[in-house]
Design a protein around this ligand. Sequence first.
Ligand SMILES: [Zn+2]
Length: 134
Amino acid sequence: MLKLTIPADIADEIIVQAKQGAPLEICGILAGKSDHIEKLYKMTNTDKSNEHYTMEPQEQFAAIKNMRSANTKMLAIYHSHPETPARPSEEDIRLALTPDVVYIIISVAEPTPAIKGFNIEDNKVTEVHLTIER
Ligand SMILES: [Zn+2]
């Protein structure tokens, strides 16, 4: 996937979650159809860490079940960088094992939050064009 459209209210909600979660990383899943996000699933970061995350398995399972009944797909996995820029860390690249999803990183390190998307496959990182739909 080379581009992804995110409704502004969902993008805003992720930024609020990232700011409130700081100094710890927050995470979640975005679902939709084709390249258009329709729904946000906030996940608990069971690592409770400021430099990595693991999505809570039960919440993840419930989200996937909900996506199936809504006939949507998991399009993106997002997490925040409380203190570093919005680009994948070495660990993010190493642990990017879910195929066909965009990895979204929200940095709240600067006063103006940054939100960026990436394809990560076989250790290769390509930026995905994100459109925030207002
Ligand atoms: Zn990261």
